[in-house]
Design a protein around this ligand. Structure first.
Ligand SMILES: C[S@@+](CC[C@H](N)C(=O)[O-])C[C@H]1O[C@@H](n2cnc3c(N)ncnc32)[C@H](O)[C@@H]1O
Length: 317
């Protein structure tokens, strides 16, 4: 059983996660996670591993399971988000494991990941498109991380930065900040949540410009808002977009918009804008920060449609 423990407090674990720990003969995990659920582990075989021993944890779990033990391999948050699920399947496949073959059975038990729990503590920062990026370069080359940070910063995602800083990795958050500042305003809201739902929980609101000077550590998640995110009365909120369509005081749609229909600036509205702009693909591509080939394709498609319609009109007349 790959068990996601949630943020660390027993109150925020799922019922299935609790039951899995109760059913398990053996519990394997990073020392800190074992400590978090120590009260639930009485009478179990406990195997504590260090942070760098992820593959060992998975190998040990497989050996025990093949020997007939029911094993819980625990991760903080969700086991599938920068957790034990990936390495475990790699070890299983390496060992010739095939699902439903009579070999060991695997169950993945989801948990609330840091981005969910940290978001819940600061308001509603993830109510629009968001993504997670880990700044850890222990297994991922830095240019790959930098390219992803740059892409999401440019595309205006709300971003949850996992593994933002450690004793050894102190510069990464500054580099991420530099990439973000190339695309986003210096006063973009940022929340830094440390040890969510654990005894040493700490929440700090700051801005993109100042975030690298704040206290950030191994147990922090950094939430960076998009260009519409705001902080009010101690709450970080990313609007869902209702203000684009409705007058929020009386919930009536703005002129030209209607409930249940795409925005006038939705796909068909935008295609119409492109069609009537009189501009070439390159200029439009620059304006909308989209690939020229994509815009060209749309313009070509429209020209073909116009041609077809012209021919149809001629045939009819
Ligand atoms: C190896 S990742 C594990 C993520 C985990 N599987 C999850 O789904 O949340 C470790 C990183 O998760 C984040 N994290 C995990 N638990 C946290 C908590 N309670 N509060 C804040 N951040 C947390 C931090 O960014 C930390 O550096």
């Amino acid at each position: 059983m790959l068990v996601g423990l949630g943020p660390g407090s027993v109150d925020h674990m799922s019922q299935r996660a609790r039951a899995a720990l109760a059913e398990a003969d053996t519990v394997i995990g990073y020392v800190t996670y074992i400590r978090l659920v120590a009260d639930l582990l009485e009478g179990k075989e406990i195997i504590k591993k260090s942070m760098t021993e992820e593959l060992d944890r998975a190998i040990e779990a497989l050996e025990r399971a093949r020997a007939g033990k029911k094993v819980a391999l625990i991760s903080s948050g969700d086991a599938g988000v920068y957790g034990m699920a990936g390495p475990t399947f790699e070890v299983l496949f390496q060992a010739g494991w095939i699902p439903d073959s009579g070999d060991v059975e695997v169950e993945i038990i989801p948990g609330a990941s840091a981005l969910n729990t940290c978001a819940a503590l600061v308001g509603a920062p993830l109510t629009h498109d968001f993504c997670a990026i880990s700044l850890s370069d222990l297994l991922t080359p830095w240019p790959v991380i930098a390219r992803r940070v740059n892409a999401v910063a440019m595309a205006d995602f709300v971003v949850a930065l996992y593994n933002p800083k450690s004793g050894r990795r102190t510069r990464h958050i500054q580099e991420a900040q530099r990439l973000f500042l190339a695309h986003r305003a210096p006063d973009t809201p940022v929340a830094i949540v440390k040890s969510a739902y654990r005894p040493k929980q700490r929440i700090e609101f700051t801005t993109l410009e100042k975030m690298a000077d704040c206290e950030i550590g191994m147990l922090s998640t950094v939430l960076i808002g998009n260009s519409n995110t705001f902080i009010r009365h101690g709450l970080m909120v990313t609007p869902r977009g209702y203000a684009n369509k409705y007058d929020l005081e009386n919930a009536t749609p703005h002129a030209g918009e209607s409930a249940g229909r795409s925005l006038s600036t939705g796909l068909s509205g935008w295609l119409q804008t492109l069609r009537t702009s009189g501009q070439g693909a390159e200029a439009l591509a620059q304006q909308y920060q989209l690939p020229t080939e994509y815009i060209q394709h749309i313009l070509d498609e429209d020209a073909m449609l116009d041609d077809d319609m012209g021919q149809e009109a001629e045939a009819e007349s």
